[in-house]
Ligand binder design. Sequence first.
Ligand code: FES
Length: 103
Amino acid sequence: MTITPAPLFHRLCPRQPDTIIRFDGREIEAISGESLITALLGAGLTTGRSEFDHKPRAGFCLMGACQDCTVWTRDGRRLRACTVEVVPGLDLCSLPKQEITLT
Ligand code: FES
């Protein structure tokens, strides 16, 4: 039996997703212009992983200060999911490219 965790975020005014983004190779329905952290947590996922123990993170401050929501682009750029808007074609990872094989 597979247990799917409940999403950490719930939209108060649900809207129809209008795009697909990718996170760790998984396709996620999202709404253009919403924050990336909203899309990830609303889909029942977490954000990046701790650089110390690789445990999943879910953000803390939601205003760009704590870096607890760090995610990585495929080309190695570090982003804060709470300060990035969803745009079509986002393809992100929970770990930097060089650490993906360590999990
Ligand atoms: S949640 Fe703190 S920087 Fe994004």
